[in-house]
Write a protein that binds this ligand. Sequence first.
Ligand code: GTR
Length: 327
Amino acid sequence: MYRTFGRLALGAVTALSLMTSVATAADWRGWNIHTEGYPNTVAMERFADLLAEKTNGEVKLKMFHGGTLGSQPDAIEQVRLGGLQIGNFNLGPVGPIASEANVVSLPFIFKDVGHMFRVLGGEGGKAISDGMAAKGIMPLAWFDAGARSFYNPDKPIKTPADVAGMKVRVMNNNLYSGMIAEMGGNPSPMAFAEVYQALKTGVVDGAENNWPSYESTGHYEVAGYYSLSQHLIIPECICINTDTFNALSDDMQMKVKAAALEAAAVQRYLWTLREASSREKVEESGVKTNEIADKGPFQEAMAPVYDAYLAENPDLKPLVELIKATE
Ligand code: GTR
């Protein structure tokens, strides 16, 4: 009797300790679209290292780079559902699921990257974060993604009229489709991984992105005119599944957050260097850059996108105004 009880007790203890280890140690999986050496990839690896260091190995993050776990919209859904815990996301494709986050996808909403970070560090950033967290995807820290400009194979884009009639690849977000349509172009929402081939074969006539992505994807090889419209300045995040974060102790939450902030500082530093080196590399290979001194006509042409956004989200008017009023 005693021996049976002993065995049972031992079994229970083993089960309990197993449960404890399941509850405290965490194996997280993270998504990133970029390839080796890209500032975001380096920073996400740094994030994984910092998580392990700060939590004494209790949180282990394995990063999957190069979009190997799927397209960005799919990965956003996976993080929301908890199939993945972590993602380095651009807020563009997050916008359709969190209307507060979609505010950053209004063309020319930010004056420059400094303005964007000041907004993110204040009430505006809190509104965006809370809106995202409520949808299951919580930002831990913000990355720089520069400004996005148009590029295409055969001509400089100087005015919105140059975009008329062009089929332009955009990220998955109705605001971007609206932005192209307002200039008389045909928007073509498409996954990042498909853009090179689409440009090369003429399935699309142009696309838009920042210097580092224009360079790292090789798009510059098949679309040699880069026109500095700088119509979108979109932040990126290290994001976590909201429930995963909320299930952590206060102490662990602080460590995870600190790791993300440190990794983001690395990303921002590397980003500035990469913007310059990417530009240099593509221009040396023959890319023709076209400065656009007066962006007013682009701003005017894209203005109806604001009306569409506010008609759908009237309660977000104060957020738009807060951003515009932020110095
Ligand atoms: C890049 C961004 C990616 C992805 C890509 C795209 O600048 O870092 O997350 O959004 O643009 O155009 O799809």
